[in-house]
Design a protein around this ligand. Structure first.
Ligand code: NAD
Ligand code: ZN
Length: 369
Protein backbone atom coordinates (compact mmCIF):
# COMPACT_ATOMS: atom_id res chain seq x y z
CA UNK A 1 0.00 0.00 0.00
CA UNK A 2 1.21 3.50 -0.90
CA UNK A 3 1.85 5.97 1.91
CA UNK A 4 1.72 9.73 2.11
CA UNK A 5 4.76 11.01 4.03
CA UNK A 6 6.35 14.28 4.95
CA UNK A 7 9.94 14.36 3.75
CA UNK A 8 13.00 16.64 3.75
CA UNK A 9 14.09 17.45 0.19
CA UNK A 10 16.80 19.33 -1.60
CA UNK A 11 15.03 20.80 -4.64
CA UNK A 12 17.87 22.97 -5.99
CA UNK A 13 21.58 23.40 -5.33
CA UNK A 14 22.47 26.05 -2.74
CA UNK A 15 18.87 26.44 -1.61
CA UNK A 16 17.66 25.61 1.90
CA UNK A 17 16.03 22.21 2.36
CA UNK A 18 12.24 22.05 2.14
CA UNK A 19 9.70 19.88 3.93
CA UNK A 20 7.07 18.48 1.59
CA UNK A 21 4.36 15.88 1.51
CA UNK A 22 5.37 13.09 -0.87
CA UNK A 23 4.10 9.66 -1.89
CA UNK A 24 6.06 6.50 -1.10
CA UNK A 25 5.24 3.38 -3.15
CA UNK A 26 4.61 -0.03 -1.63
CA UNK A 27 7.66 -2.30 -1.55
CA UNK A 28 8.32 -4.42 -4.61
CA UNK A 29 10.26 -7.70 -4.70
CA UNK A 30 13.10 -7.71 -2.11
CA UNK A 31 12.08 -4.34 -0.69
CA UNK A 32 10.63 -3.21 2.63
CA UNK A 33 8.76 -0.12 3.70
CA UNK A 34 10.03 1.48 6.90
CA UNK A 35 8.17 3.87 9.18
CA UNK A 36 11.03 6.09 10.32
CA UNK A 37 11.34 6.99 13.99
CA UNK A 38 14.53 9.06 13.79
CA UNK A 39 17.11 10.29 11.28
CA UNK A 40 20.43 11.96 12.06
CA UNK A 41 21.51 15.03 10.11
CA UNK A 42 24.98 14.31 8.70
CA UNK A 43 27.31 16.77 6.99
CA UNK A 44 26.97 14.63 3.86
CA UNK A 45 23.26 15.59 3.70
CA UNK A 46 24.31 19.23 3.83
CA UNK A 47 26.97 18.52 1.18
CA UNK A 48 24.23 17.10 -1.07
CA UNK A 49 22.46 20.46 -0.93
CA UNK A 50 25.46 22.62 -1.86
CA UNK A 51 27.13 20.59 -4.62
CA UNK A 52 30.03 19.32 -2.48
CA UNK A 53 28.56 15.86 -3.07
CA UNK A 54 26.83 16.16 -6.46
CA UNK A 55 23.30 14.74 -6.35
CA UNK A 56 20.66 15.32 -9.01
CA UNK A 57 17.81 17.31 -7.43
CA UNK A 58 15.13 16.86 -6.37
CA UNK A 59 16.41 14.40 -3.81
CA UNK A 60 14.92 13.08 -0.59
CA UNK A 61 17.73 13.48 1.96
CA UNK A 62 18.70 11.23 4.84
CA UNK A 63 20.95 8.21 5.18
CA UNK A 64 21.19 7.80 8.97
CA UNK A 65 17.73 6.52 9.82
CA UNK A 66 16.10 3.98 12.10
CA UNK A 67 12.53 2.79 12.31
CA UNK A 68 10.17 -0.14 12.06
CA UNK A 69 9.34 -2.35 9.10
CA UNK A 70 5.67 -1.81 8.21
CA UNK A 71 5.39 -3.65 4.85
CA UNK A 72 7.48 -6.34 3.19
CA UNK A 73 7.65 -7.02 -0.53
CA UNK A 74 7.55 -10.35 -2.32
CA UNK A 75 10.50 -12.66 -1.64
CA UNK A 76 11.59 -10.94 1.59
CA UNK A 77 12.52 -13.56 4.17
CA UNK A 78 14.96 -11.80 6.51
CA UNK A 79 12.62 -9.02 7.67
CA UNK A 80 9.14 -9.07 9.18
CA UNK A 81 6.64 -6.35 10.03
CA UNK A 82 7.59 -4.93 13.44
CA UNK A 83 11.37 -5.41 13.13
CA UNK A 84 13.52 -2.47 14.25
CA UNK A 85 15.95 -1.61 11.44
CA UNK A 86 18.70 0.86 10.56
CA UNK A 87 19.40 2.07 7.03
CA UNK A 88 22.74 1.35 5.38
CA UNK A 89 23.81 3.90 2.79
CA UNK A 90 25.83 1.25 1.07
CA UNK A 91 23.85 -1.46 -0.60
CA UNK A 92 25.34 -4.90 0.05
CA UNK A 93 24.57 -7.22 -2.87
CA UNK A 94 26.55 -10.06 -1.31
CA UNK A 95 27.73 -11.27 -4.73
CA UNK A 96 30.24 -8.83 -6.22
CA UNK A 97 34.00 -9.25 -5.71
CA UNK A 98 33.97 -6.64 -2.93
CA UNK A 99 31.13 -8.21 -0.99
CA UNK A 100 32.57 -11.72 -1.25
CA UNK A 101 35.94 -10.52 0.02
CA UNK A 102 34.43 -8.85 3.10
CA UNK A 103 34.38 -5.27 1.81
CA UNK A 104 30.65 -4.56 1.28
CA UNK A 105 31.35 -0.82 1.70
CA UNK A 106 32.79 -0.98 -1.82
CA UNK A 107 29.88 -3.01 -3.28
CA UNK A 108 29.41 -2.49 -7.02
CA UNK A 109 25.64 -2.39 -6.62
CA UNK A 110 25.93 0.45 -4.12
CA UNK A 111 28.07 2.42 -6.57
CA UNK A 112 25.34 2.04 -9.21
CA UNK A 113 22.53 2.97 -6.81
CA UNK A 114 23.77 6.49 -6.09
CA UNK A 115 20.42 8.21 -5.99
CA UNK A 116 17.90 5.48 -6.76
CA UNK A 117 17.19 1.97 -5.56
CA UNK A 118 19.55 -0.69 -6.98
CA UNK A 119 17.33 -1.30 -10.03
CA UNK A 120 17.74 2.34 -11.13
CA UNK A 121 14.19 3.41 -10.23
CA UNK A 122 12.69 5.16 -7.18
CA UNK A 123 9.63 4.56 -4.98
CA UNK A 124 9.26 8.23 -4.12
CA UNK A 125 7.16 10.79 -6.00
CA UNK A 126 5.83 14.25 -5.42
CA UNK A 127 2.05 14.64 -5.28
CA UNK A 128 1.97 15.28 -9.05
CA UNK A 129 3.61 11.88 -9.61
CA UNK A 130 7.06 13.21 -10.56
CA UNK A 131 9.91 10.96 -9.36
CA UNK A 132 12.14 12.08 -6.47
CA UNK A 133 15.67 10.76 -6.13
CA UNK A 134 16.87 9.37 -2.81
CA UNK A 135 20.20 10.01 -1.08
CA UNK A 136 22.45 6.96 -1.50
CA UNK A 137 19.62 4.45 -1.94
CA UNK A 138 18.02 5.61 1.34
CA UNK A 139 16.09 8.90 1.49
CA UNK A 140 15.20 8.22 5.12
CA UNK A 141 14.68 11.83 6.23
CA UNK A 142 10.99 11.13 5.76
CA UNK A 143 8.14 9.60 7.72
CA UNK A 144 8.17 6.55 5.43
CA UNK A 145 10.73 5.11 3.00
CA UNK A 146 10.84 2.04 0.80
CA UNK A 147 14.33 0.53 0.61
CA UNK A 148 15.90 -2.51 -1.00
CA UNK A 149 16.70 -5.17 1.64
CA UNK A 150 20.39 -4.80 0.76
CA UNK A 151 20.25 -1.30 2.34
CA UNK A 152 18.59 -2.42 5.57
CA UNK A 153 20.01 -3.95 8.77
CA UNK A 154 17.88 -5.51 11.51
CA UNK A 155 18.82 -4.48 15.06
CA UNK A 156 17.60 -5.39 18.55
CA UNK A 157 14.55 -3.57 19.88
CA UNK A 158 15.91 -2.69 23.33
CA UNK A 159 17.80 0.42 22.17
CA UNK A 160 15.81 3.58 21.30
CA UNK A 161 15.57 4.37 17.59
CA UNK A 162 17.29 7.78 17.86
CA UNK A 163 20.41 6.06 19.25
CA UNK A 164 20.22 3.31 16.63
CA UNK A 165 19.96 5.87 13.84
CA UNK A 166 23.39 7.29 14.69
CA UNK A 167 24.95 3.90 13.96
CA UNK A 168 23.69 4.19 10.37
CA UNK A 169 26.36 6.72 9.42
CA UNK A 170 28.31 8.94 11.83
CA UNK A 171 29.18 6.39 14.49
CA UNK A 172 29.89 3.55 12.08
CA UNK A 173 32.00 5.85 9.93
CA UNK A 174 34.09 7.29 12.77
CA UNK A 175 34.52 4.21 14.94
CA UNK A 176 34.97 2.03 11.85
CA UNK A 177 37.70 4.25 10.38
CA UNK A 178 39.71 3.66 13.56
CA UNK A 179 38.83 0.04 14.34
CA UNK A 180 38.21 -1.46 10.89
CA UNK A 181 40.23 0.63 8.42
CA UNK A 182 43.29 1.65 10.45
CA UNK A 183 43.09 -1.05 13.15
CA UNK A 184 44.63 1.27 15.75
CA UNK A 185 46.64 -0.66 18.36
CA UNK A 186 46.61 -0.09 22.14
CA UNK A 187 49.17 2.52 23.17
CA UNK A 188 48.88 4.49 19.93
CA UNK A 189 48.99 8.27 19.52
CA UNK A 190 46.01 9.45 17.48
CA UNK A 191 45.04 12.83 16.02
CA UNK A 192 41.47 13.47 14.85
CA UNK A 193 40.71 16.50 12.66
CA UNK A 194 37.09 17.69 12.86
CA UNK A 195 35.03 17.02 15.99
CA UNK A 196 31.60 16.66 14.39
CA UNK A 197 29.42 13.55 14.55
CA UNK A 198 32.02 11.58 12.57
CA UNK A 199 35.17 12.92 14.27
CA UNK A 200 33.72 12.54 17.79
CA UNK A 201 33.01 8.92 16.87
CA UNK A 202 36.59 8.48 15.64
CA UNK A 203 37.73 9.84 19.00
CA UNK A 204 35.56 7.24 20.72
CA UNK A 205 36.97 4.55 18.45
CA UNK A 206 40.49 5.57 19.44
CA UNK A 207 39.58 5.42 23.13
CA UNK A 208 37.98 1.97 22.69
CA UNK A 209 41.14 0.82 20.86
CA UNK A 210 43.34 1.84 23.80
CA UNK A 211 45.05 4.89 22.30
CA UNK A 212 47.03 6.69 25.01
CA UNK A 213 47.00 10.13 23.47
CA UNK A 214 44.05 11.40 21.45
CA UNK A 215 44.36 14.94 20.10
CA UNK A 216 41.22 16.59 18.72
CA UNK A 217 41.73 19.43 16.21
CA UNK A 218 38.88 21.76 15.30
CA UNK A 219 38.34 25.39 14.38
CA UNK A 220 35.37 25.69 16.72
CA UNK A 221 36.18 25.95 20.44
CA UNK A 222 32.73 24.58 21.38
CA UNK A 223 33.54 21.34 19.49
CA UNK A 224 36.80 20.95 21.37
CA UNK A 225 34.85 20.92 24.64
CA UNK A 226 32.67 18.13 23.20
CA UNK A 227 35.78 16.23 22.07
CA UNK A 228 36.95 15.90 25.68
CA UNK A 229 33.63 14.30 26.64
CA UNK A 230 34.20 11.60 24.00
CA UNK A 231 37.76 10.79 25.05
CA UNK A 232 40.16 13.41 23.65
CA UNK A 233 43.12 13.79 25.99
CA UNK A 234 44.37 16.95 24.26
CA UNK A 235 42.78 19.58 22.00
CA UNK A 236 44.07 22.06 19.46
CA UNK A 237 42.15 25.01 18.08
CA UNK A 238 43.43 25.23 14.49
CA UNK A 239 42.60 28.95 14.33
CA UNK A 240 44.96 29.69 17.20
CA UNK A 241 48.19 28.52 15.62
CA UNK A 242 49.85 29.53 12.37
CA UNK A 243 51.34 26.05 11.95
CA UNK A 244 48.98 23.20 12.83
CA UNK A 245 51.46 20.48 11.86
CA UNK A 246 54.26 21.92 13.97
CA UNK A 247 51.93 22.36 16.95
CA UNK A 248 50.80 18.73 16.65
CA UNK A 249 54.33 17.39 16.34
CA UNK A 250 55.16 19.20 19.55
CA UNK A 251 52.06 17.98 21.36
CA UNK A 252 52.69 14.36 20.32
CA UNK A 253 56.41 14.32 21.07
CA UNK A 254 57.45 13.99 17.43
CA UNK A 255 54.35 12.90 15.55
CA UNK A 256 51.27 10.68 15.62
CA UNK A 257 50.88 7.01 14.76
CA UNK A 258 47.48 7.64 13.18
CA UNK A 259 45.61 10.72 11.98
CA UNK A 260 41.98 10.86 10.84
CA UNK A 261 40.72 13.65 8.59
CA UNK A 262 37.00 14.06 9.36
CA UNK A 263 36.49 17.45 7.67
CA UNK A 264 36.63 16.98 3.89
CA UNK A 265 39.36 19.40 2.71
CA UNK A 266 42.63 18.67 0.95
CA UNK A 267 44.39 21.24 3.09
CA UNK A 268 43.40 19.30 6.22
CA UNK A 269 44.38 15.99 4.60
CA UNK A 270 47.87 17.45 4.14
CA UNK A 271 47.93 18.40 7.84
CA UNK A 272 46.83 14.87 8.80
CA UNK A 273 49.62 13.36 6.72
CA UNK A 274 52.08 15.97 7.92
CA UNK A 275 51.53 15.38 11.65
CA UNK A 276 52.54 11.70 11.43
CA UNK A 277 55.93 10.41 12.44
CA UNK A 278 57.74 7.74 10.41
CA UNK A 279 55.60 4.70 9.63
CA UNK A 280 52.35 6.52 10.49
CA UNK A 281 49.01 6.23 8.75
CA UNK A 282 46.63 9.04 7.79
CA UNK A 283 43.03 8.16 6.94
CA UNK A 284 40.78 10.41 4.86
CA UNK A 285 37.22 10.15 6.16
CA UNK A 286 35.81 13.55 5.16
CA UNK A 287 34.21 13.99 1.75
CA UNK A 288 35.80 16.85 -0.17
CA UNK A 289 34.26 18.66 -3.18
CA UNK A 290 34.96 16.88 -6.51
CA UNK A 291 37.71 19.28 -7.64
CA UNK A 292 39.53 19.50 -4.31
CA UNK A 293 43.11 18.17 -4.39
CA UNK A 294 45.99 17.61 -2.00
CA UNK A 295 49.71 18.06 -2.54
CA UNK A 296 52.27 16.04 -0.54
CA UNK A 297 56.04 15.70 -0.51
CA UNK A 298 56.46 12.54 -2.60
CA UNK A 299 59.73 11.33 -1.09
CA UNK A 300 58.17 11.18 2.37
CA UNK A 301 56.23 8.09 1.26
CA UNK A 302 59.47 6.29 0.47
CA UNK A 303 61.87 7.40 3.16
CA UNK A 304 59.37 7.56 6.01
CA UNK A 305 57.08 4.68 4.94
CA UNK A 306 54.04 6.77 5.67
CA UNK A 307 50.60 5.64 4.50
CA UNK A 308 47.72 7.75 3.22
CA UNK A 309 44.47 5.87 2.80
CA UNK A 310 40.72 6.43 2.77
CA UNK A 311 37.81 5.03 4.70
CA UNK A 312 34.30 4.77 3.33
CA UNK A 313 31.54 4.11 5.87
CA UNK A 314 34.23 3.02 8.33
CA UNK A 315 35.00 0.00 6.13
CA UNK A 316 31.73 -1.31 7.56
CA UNK A 317 30.30 -4.77 7.33
CA UNK A 318 26.95 -3.38 8.45
CA UNK A 319 25.20 -6.65 9.36
CA UNK A 320 28.12 -7.56 11.61
CA UNK A 321 29.22 -4.12 12.82
CA UNK A 322 25.88 -2.43 13.65
CA UNK A 323 25.02 -5.03 16.32
CA UNK A 324 28.61 -4.86 17.64
CA UNK A 325 28.40 -1.09 18.05
CA UNK A 326 25.05 -1.38 19.81
CA UNK A 327 26.67 -3.99 22.06
CA UNK A 328 29.37 -1.48 23.01
CA UNK A 329 26.63 1.06 23.80
CA UNK A 330 24.77 -1.46 25.96
CA UNK A 331 28.01 -2.19 27.81
CA UNK A 332 28.51 1.53 28.50
CA UNK A 333 31.61 1.72 26.30
CA UNK A 334 30.20 3.74 23.39
CA UNK A 335 28.53 7.08 24.02
CA UNK A 336 25.43 7.61 21.89
CA UNK A 337 23.19 9.62 24.25
CA UNK A 338 25.81 12.38 24.50
CA UNK A 339 26.08 12.60 20.68
CA UNK A 340 22.50 13.85 20.38
CA UNK A 341 22.81 17.54 21.20
CA UNK A 342 19.31 18.34 19.99
CA UNK A 343 16.29 16.70 18.43
CA UNK A 344 14.04 18.38 15.87
CA UNK A 345 10.57 17.78 14.49
CA UNK A 346 10.45 17.31 10.73
CA UNK A 347 9.10 20.87 10.38
CA UNK A 348 12.26 22.09 12.10
CA UNK A 349 14.52 20.38 9.51
CA UNK A 350 15.70 23.69 7.96
CA UNK A 351 16.82 24.77 11.45
CA UNK A 352 18.61 21.41 11.91
CA UNK A 353 20.59 22.04 8.71
CA UNK A 354 21.38 25.63 9.76
CA UNK A 355 22.59 24.39 13.16
CA UNK A 356 24.81 21.78 11.47
CA UNK A 357 26.32 24.41 9.19
CA UNK A 358 26.95 26.67 12.19
CA UNK A 359 28.62 23.83 14.14
CA UNK A 360 26.15 23.94 17.05
CA UNK A 361 25.60 20.19 17.44
CA UNK A 362 27.56 17.02 17.99
CA UNK A 363 24.64 15.49 16.08
CA UNK A 364 21.17 16.85 15.46
CA UNK A 365 18.48 14.20 15.05
CA UNK A 366 15.07 14.56 13.43
CA UNK A 367 12.48 12.61 15.40
CA UNK A 368 9.26 11.67 13.62
CA UNK A 369 5.97 11.83 15.49
P1 NAD B 1 30.29 18.11 11.04
O1 NAD B 1 29.94 19.33 10.29
O2 NAD B 1 29.42 17.66 12.16
O3 NAD B 1 31.78 18.23 11.61
C1 NAD B 1 32.85 18.75 10.88
C2 NAD B 1 33.78 19.44 11.87
O4 NAD B 1 34.96 19.88 11.19
C3 NAD B 1 33.17 20.67 12.53
O5 NAD B 1 33.23 20.54 13.95
C4 NAD B 1 34.04 21.82 12.03
O6 NAD B 1 34.16 22.87 12.97
C5 NAD B 1 35.35 21.10 11.77
N1 NAD B 1 36.27 21.81 10.88
C6 NAD B 1 36.01 22.61 9.82
N2 NAD B 1 37.15 23.06 9.26
C7 NAD B 1 38.17 22.52 9.98
C8 NAD B 1 39.58 22.62 9.89
N3 NAD B 1 40.17 23.35 8.94
N4 NAD B 1 40.33 21.94 10.80
C9 NAD B 1 39.75 21.18 11.77
N5 NAD B 1 38.40 21.06 11.90
C10 NAD B 1 37.63 21.73 11.02
O7 NAD B 1 30.42 16.95 9.94
P2 NAD B 1 30.29 15.34 10.11
O8 NAD B 1 28.86 14.94 9.92
O9 NAD B 1 31.04 14.92 11.30
O10 NAD B 1 31.06 14.89 8.77
C11 NAD B 1 32.44 15.14 8.63
C12 NAD B 1 32.90 14.80 7.23
O11 NAD B 1 32.80 13.39 7.03
C13 NAD B 1 32.08 15.43 6.10
O12 NAD B 1 32.96 15.75 5.04
C14 NAD B 1 31.15 14.31 5.69
O13 NAD B 1 30.67 14.46 4.36
C15 NAD B 1 32.09 13.14 5.83
N6 NAD B 1 31.48 11.82 5.94
C16 NAD B 1 32.18 10.79 5.39
C17 NAD B 1 31.68 9.52 5.46
C18 NAD B 1 32.46 8.37 4.90
O14 NAD B 1 31.88 7.33 4.60
N7 NAD B 1 33.77 8.48 4.77
C19 NAD B 1 30.46 9.28 6.09
C20 NAD B 1 29.81 10.36 6.68
C21 NAD B 1 30.32 11.63 6.59
ZN1 ZN C 1 26.60 10.49 6.75
Amino acid sequence: MKQRARAVLSRAVNQPVVVEEIEVDAPRRNEVMIKLAACGVCHSDLSATDGTIPFPAPVVLGHEGAGTVVQVGEGVTEFAVGDQVVSSFVSMCGKCRWCVTGRPQLCDQAARAGYTLPDGTVRTHDLEGRPLNVFSGCGVMAEYATLHVDNVVKVAKDIPADRCALIGCGVMTGVGAVCNTAKVEPGSIVVVFGAGGVGLSAIQGAAISGAVQIVAVDTNEHKLGMARVFGATHVLNATQTDNVVKALKQMTGGGADYAFECVGRGEVVAQAYGCLHKGGTAVVVGVAPPKDTVSLRTASFTFEEKTLTGSYFGSARPREDFPRLLGLYRAGRLKLDELITRTYTIDEAPQAFADLAAGRNARGVIVFG
